[in-house]
Design a protein around this ligand. Structure first.
Ligand code: AR6
Length: 184
């Protein structure tokens, strides 16, 4: 089991646009259709170009005819992005917190990390899955930090995880969650 300091050294926090991150894979807060949307999903498809959607369409037709279930993830090319791959996950829509949203959100992080590990993606960047259009309270970012730290504690890959936040509020909340996790 790595020390708390060793785990902390493998986690980064960046404020900005996830489509510009020079990592092996970025995570897309997608939806079950896998066919694109707005928010970070729209930004990724715009910046990555049509190859990503092409692969998503194939995946829909072959593996996910009823859509990607909430909490699961699947990887495609990164197209023209600096990241070679995109890991698409379908986060939960927030319904007040009593409909297993927490477990589903945790499952999203686990599914993405499992793919990164299996495919030897050395570095992965996550947006705040579900914290935009899907309405998940931003203050619950600690879930993301906890899941990532747990994973890194037990696995060597990915070597680093970057949390990419867009707004100042998320920046502050993640800083807080990371500092708390580092102390525990
Ligand atoms: N880089 C980093 N973070 C971003 C970016 C960006 N370029 N753009 C937005 N965010 P959202 P969701 C942040 O709404 O809540 C789509 O239509 C944003 O500030 O993109 O999971 C999908 O197709 C927020 O904190 O995703 C689905 O239908 C976080 O990314 C639905 O929205 C997630 O916001 C998914 O909703």
């Amino acid at each position: 089991m790595p020390t708390a300091a060793a785990l902390t050294a493998r986690i980064r926090l960046v404020q900005g646009d996830i489509t510009r991150q020079p990592v092996a894979a970025i995570v897309n807060a997608a939806n079950s259709s896998l066919l694109g949307g707005s928010g970070v999903d729209g930004a990724i498809h715009r910046a990555g170009g049509p190859k990503i959607l092409e692969e998503c369409r194939h995946l829909r037709a072959r593996l996910y005819r009823s859509g990607l279930p909430t909490g699961q993830a699947v990887a495609t090319t990164g197209g023209k992005l600096p990241a070679k791959y995109v890991i698409h996950t379908a986060g939960p829509v927030w319904h007040g917190g009593r409909q297993h949203e927490g477990e589903e959100l945790a499952a999203c992080y686990q599914s993405c990390l499992k793919i990164a590990s299996a495919r030897q993606f050395d570095s992965v960047a996550f947006p705040g899955i579900s914290t935009g259009i899907y309405g998940y309270p931003k203050a619950e970012a600690a879930i993301a930090v906890r899941e990532v730290r747990q994973w890194l504690g037990a696995h060597a890959v990915p070597a680093t995880v970057t949390f990419v936040v867009f707004d100042d509020e998320n920046q502050r909340l993640y800083e807080q969650a990371l500092a708390e996790a580092a102390r525990s």
